[in-house]
Ligand binder design. Structure first.
Ligand code: ATP
Ligand code: MG
Length: 143
């Protein structure tokens, strides 16, 4: 399988509950390497733009409100099949439906506050990485 990059976010609940390290440990144990990272406070406009595909959904307003409720940790993960692998490590959107051992099953409290975001396909990964990082801010890992 090809080496891919994907965009990951530890959401405000994960940062606020001091779970950054727990989440990063799970990425690293799955063979996903952090190749760029930044903590930041999203503006309302940034959150609306980032989750723009969901603009028409009933949960959009609450989703944006939640995503700007505190700082987030944004990272690019690199590895073999990184996009699907990260989704596996994250677990299903609804923590009640997520497999045991996944971030969302083990750590999340509800579908609204589900700790992490991860890109869902190659095209969205490319778009989402470019949303947050310049190419020069990404550090390819040789080892
Ligand atoms: P994310 O994009 O955050 O990684 P996801 O890809 O698993 O999550 P999406 O369908 O893209 O899920 O939804 C984006 C976010 O919107 C979810 O993480 C969740 O917080 C929220 N969301 C999705 N579906 C619902 C729903 N039915 N009710 C409430 N919130 C929802
Ligand atoms: Mg999604």
């Amino acid at each position: 399988m090809a080496v891919e990059r994907t965009l990951s976010i530890v959401k405000p609940d994960g940062v606020g509950r001091n779970l950054i390290g727990d989440v990063y440990r799970r990425f690293e144990q799955a063979g996903l390497k952090v190749v760029a990272a930044r903590m930041m406070q999203l503006s309302q406009a940034e959150a609306e733009s980032f989750y723009g595909v969901h603009r028409e959904r009933g949960f959009f307003k609450d989703l944006v409100k939640f995503m700007i409720s505190g700082p987030v940790m944004v990272q690019v993960l690199e590895g073999e099949g990184a996009i699907a692998k990260n989704r596996d490590v994250m677990g299903a959107t609804d923590p009640k439906k997520a497999d045991k051992g996944t971030i969302r099953a083990d750590l999340a409290t509800s579908i609204d506050e589900n700790i992490v975001h991860g890109s869902d396909a190659a095209d969205t990964a490319a778009r989402e990485i470019a949303f947050f990082f310049r190419e020069t801010e990404i550090c390819p890992r040789k080892r």
